[in-house]
Write a protein that binds this ligand. Structure first.
Ligand code: RB5
Length: 142
């Protein structure tokens, strides 16, 4: 799976660790920035990543900011992006199984590296259940 990743300055410090986790799970990771921890605006990176995922429908994305909230709010403005703010393996599992989420968001100031590892592992190993969930996902966009 190709996975695009982007952060803001608050989460830049864990970007390389998350890239390594995703690569260890067999993914090709494409880093969309930022290149350093200079202050940036999270919507700029959320929009950049969302456009990349939409242009490459078999791909997914990972967006990280301080809380994950700003990134998820911004990414979900794009039709076709289903960005899920996950706090643990359970929310990651449900985001994939029930919501067919294609962008994983979490907060660097909220979850530690051990939890991030279990979130990423669960996310990558869980597929969409379809069925009744497909009908519901189809109703998300107005
Ligand atoms: C940056 O201070 C912080 O606001 C940002 O990382 C994020 O948490 C916003 O939702």
């Amino acid at each position: 799976m190709k996975i695009y990743i982007a952060t803001d300055h608050a989460a830049f410090c864990i970007k390389d660790d998350v890239k390594k986790i995703l690569e260890s799970l067999g993914n090709e990771v494409v880093d969309l920035g930022p290149a350093n921890d200079d202050r940036v605006d999270y919507p700029d990176f959320a929009h950049k990543l969302s456009k990349s995922v939409l242009e490459d429908p078999s791909s997914q994305g990972v967006l990280i900011c301080g809380t994950g909230i700003g990134m998820s709010l911004s990414a979900n403005k794009h039709i076709g992006i289903r960005a899920a703010l996950c706090h643990d393996a359970y929310t990651a599992q449900m985001a994939r199984e029930h919501n067919d989420a294609n962008v994983l968001c979490f907060g660097q100031r909220v979850v530690g590296l051990g939890t991030i590892e279990s979130i990423c592992k669960t996310w990558c190993q869980t597929t969409f259940e379809g069925g009744r969930h497909a009908d519901r996902v189809g109703k998300i966009e107005l």
